[in-house]
Design a protein around this ligand. Structure first.
Ligand SMILES: NC(=O)c1ccc[n+]([C@@H]2O[C@H](COP(=O)([O-])OP(=O)(O)OC[C@H]3O[C@@H](n4cnc5c(N)ncnc54)[C@H](OP(=O)(O)O)[C@@H]3O)[C@@H](O)[C@H]2O)c1
Length: 425
């Protein structure tokens, strides 16, 4: 039997889940893996706080040195969250010769190069499956199972809070702010949900996932980020009438040495596999040159789903003879041969309020045409109010810059642009 002694940095939602999962799994670990995993020390902010798991009081400490300087501890598991001090603690643990398992997307996305360098220098492992999409094994899939592929693109619903909000707005026609308040009450949104609803949570995860998919470091700073805070019930209802479902998508595409990475609200046709992913579920849809299209779907958050990924990493790290690291140049500045595209191609949903007069439609069509944006479909939604009528256009494929230029040319005396949402196939 191999005895592995581990230490926790943090013991909140995820840490509590990991404690419970390990506690109930010792028999299987002994029987299946010939392993015993014991938690020796647990770093927290407040040792007197009530915990969701039965961690004994004497294991708790507020001194990080009790975890990272303990010679018996070989694996440090981090679920404190935030960039600092988590990154510095993990680097100190790696330098002390301990393998690190983390659920922290912010620390990995922003400081991956430093963490990986410290791990490689000291011959230890760095595992982060839980940092992207909770229980879904997307990191391991990209790192191992799909190694024989050139991944052409991936698209993901990788934030459960925003997917819950958008699903409810779609199903019940509710307003964004009412659903957000309800999501907070139900514990499906944080009291301060900014990182989720403004798209940053998804962008951290996309930076990690796309780096592994494209074998090139895709810095967080290169991800275009737009959240769901301006999405209206009216947009969702109009899209629904035209056969589209609105999702906050994380999109990464590679064409030669050109990479585009973006997070924004996106209309998908109702028949797309991602359009069926509702509530707090996450999913990643990707295409490789050999595997072709595939989708992984599951729980992207929650104590036990996230613990599933963390404990999987702990078991793997405990039995691995060699710790494997990504082989691409892991530096914060992307490889010099890469370019990051900010003028991507998309179809667009545009909703305007136009003066109800003859000739207005021709003017609008002219502004689009001047930038080579052609209209695929047009719909009038609702009736004339205060002399203005709501019109919705879906365009054919156009470049982002052409679309922005066309919208900038719209004369507000004739029509105002109420929303512009990208549309994927
Ligand atoms: N929640 C999820 O469903 C989920 C899913 C995937 C990934 N993650 C990631 O997992 C990590 C943890 O999330 P969580 O929801 O478990 O957070 P949480 O409930 O807020 O727990 C954080 C824990 O870290 C401790 N902590 C924080 N800062 C500390 C400091 N400076 N010194 C000592 N202890 C400190 C806290 O101590 P006290 O308990 O004493 O306050 C608490 O135990 C984050 O990186 C998050 O992004 C979470």
């Amino acid at each position: 039997m191999k005895d592995v002694v581990i230490g926790f940095l943090g013991c909140g939602n995820v840490g509590g889940g990991v404690w419970k999962l390990l506690e109930g799994f010792q028999k299987e670990l002994a029987h299946r893996d010939n392993l015993s995993i014991r938690v020796k020390r647990v770093l927290v902010r407040d040792v007197n706080k009530a915990r969701t798991c039965a961690v004994p009081r004497e294991l708790l400490t507020t001194d990080v040195n009790d975890v990272i300087n303990d010679p018996e501890i070989s694996i440090v598991v981090e679920f404190m969250g935030g960039e600092q001090p988590a990154t510095e603690y993990m680097i100190r643990a790696l330098r002390a010769g301990k393998t690190v398992v983390t659920a922290n997307k912010v620390a990995v996305a922003l400081n991956w190069h430093r963490l990986q360098a410290a791990a490689q220098e000291h011959g230890v492992g760095l595992y982060y499956e839980a940092s992207v999409c909770g229980a879904i094994p997307i990191i391991d899939t990209l790192n191992h199972s799909l190694q024989a592929n050139r991944i052409q693109y991936l698209m993901g619903i990788i934030n459960g809070t925003t997917n819950y909000i958008l699903s409810r707005m779609y199903e019940k026609g509710e307003d964004y702010s009412a659903v957000l308040e309800d999501a907070k009450r139900l514990g499906l949104a944080e009291p301060n949900p900014a990182s989720d609803v403004e798209g940053y949570d998804a962008a951290y995860k996309l930076s990690i996932m796309s780096s592994l998919a494209f074998h090139a470091r895709v810095p967080f700073s290169k991800v275009y980020v737009e959240g769901i805070t301006r999405v209206t019930a009216m947009d969702i209802a109009c899209g629904k009438e035209m056969g589209y479902v609105l999702k906050l998508l994380a999109i990464a595409k590679r064409d030669g040495d050109n990479i585009e990475v973006r997070v924004h609200p996106t209309f998908l046709p109702g028949s797309h596999p991602l359009a069926q992913v509702n509530g707090s579920f996450n999913a990643v849809y990707l295409k490789g040159h050999a595997c072709q299209e595939m989708m992984l779907q599951g729980r992207g958050a929650g104590d036990m789903p996230t613990a599933s990924a963390v404990v999987g990493d702990i078991i793997h790290a405990s039995v691995a003879d060699v710790h494997v690291h990504p082989t691409f140049a892991n530096t914060p500045d992307a490889d010099a041969i890469l370019t990051f595209e900010d003028n991507w191609t998309s179809r667009y949903f545009v909703r305007i309020s136009a003066v109800d007069k003859p000739g207005v439609l021709a003017k609008v069509a002219g502004w689009f045409a001047k930038e080579n944006v052609s209209i695929a479909t047009m719909m009038q939604k609702g009736s004339v109010e205060e002399g203005r009528v709501p019109l919705i256009f879906i365009t054919h494929e156009a470049s982002e810059k052409a679309m922005q230029a066309a919208l900038a040319a719209f004369d507000p005396q004739i029509c105002t642009v109420d929303s512009m949402i990208r549309v994927e196939k």
